[in-house]
Design a protein around this ligand. Sequence first.
Ligand SMILES: Nc1ncnc2c1ncn2[C@@H]1O[C@H](COP(=O)(O)OP(=O)(O)OP(=O)(O)O)[C@@H](O)[C@H]1O
Length: 350
Amino acid sequence: MRITITDVHKRYGDVVALDGPSFDIPSGSTFGVLGTNGAGKTTLFGLLVGHDTPDSGHIEVGGVDVEQAGHRVRERVAFLPEHAGFPPAMTGREVLSVHARIRGITAREQSIDEALETVGLTDAADRTVSGYSNGMGRRLGLASALLGEPPVLVLDEPTAGLDPRGVATFHQIIERIDRETNTTVVLSSHVLEEVERLCDSVAILEDGVLRAAGSVDELRTADGEHVTVTVRPSADQELTQLREAAHQYGDVTETDGELTVTCERGAAVEFCGGLESDAVDHFEVHEPGLEAAFHEALATGDAGTGSNSDTGTDTDTDSNPGTNTDTRSNSDTNTGSDETATVDTPEVST
Ligand SMILES: Nc1ncnc2c1ncn2[C@@H]1O[C@H](COP(=O)(O)OP(=O)(O)OP(=O)(O)O)[C@@H](O)[C@H]1O
């Protein structure tokens, strides 16, 4: 279900929480809302799920204005708040049963079983919540949001405070929802690698203002002319010559005997093509990441894709985007990730 946010304003007294952001969230996508502390993410989510109303502007979910829908917006939008608490004496299943009844969900038992299964809590369903770990509690919150298969799922910092295993479990669940359903997932996070991994598109807010919006691919290649190349020499004595060569192509930094060269794509091809196999143990070419785009957006107010942005068509988008540089095709490659071309013992030489 497509979400359209149009010129939304919200103040709390003198504080401007939202200052007119406008952007679209494509149906079926996983969408990240990013921003510094106090940027307005939670405020936006409160308006999106109908907990509060904007001072002006509109939010539509599937063509229906959230404000006008009133409590009926719950039929379309489910919410996992950042701090969701449950009565400790109730079992997980009882919690879901109450939530299902409140939300008027039919086929309640089946819906509860499915939600428990999706979040991996089937075995713990009949234990009291007081014995749940933090991660299990978060997953119970997600199960509650999933009841009745809502077309839109809003998750406010879903992995905040979880240990690495809890984070990984949550990622798997969200990826499964993305893969197996047409649910539109909107999430906020301060962890840019997480957003890069999970989300198709993002909006970046600062002080209530939209700084950038677009697909993750568009944003991270907004500065698409530049890549970084890291090179590890085969021996210490090769470092000086490599450093001199690298300086001809771009800015060079050095850490633990490894060089990082930031340069234009064409220069990277030339530089890598000129590396002598005897002198180099290993080199990698990195695409610009979302983190660079985020800082760029905050620094310039625009990451290159424009503000009041349509972030895509009303269809699912590729959830596992990635672009490669031309340099990858020049050599034998072991690709580390979609964003990195990794080359061991290059066979090209001058
Ligand atoms: N109920 C409220 N009363 C007064 N000010 C509020 C209220 N809710 C939010 N604000 C203010 O509005 C601004 C936006 O807050 P919001 O919680 O939406 O930001 P956020 O991006 O979610 O921040 P964080 O990443 O720290 O959770 C902040 O300046 C905040 O202090």
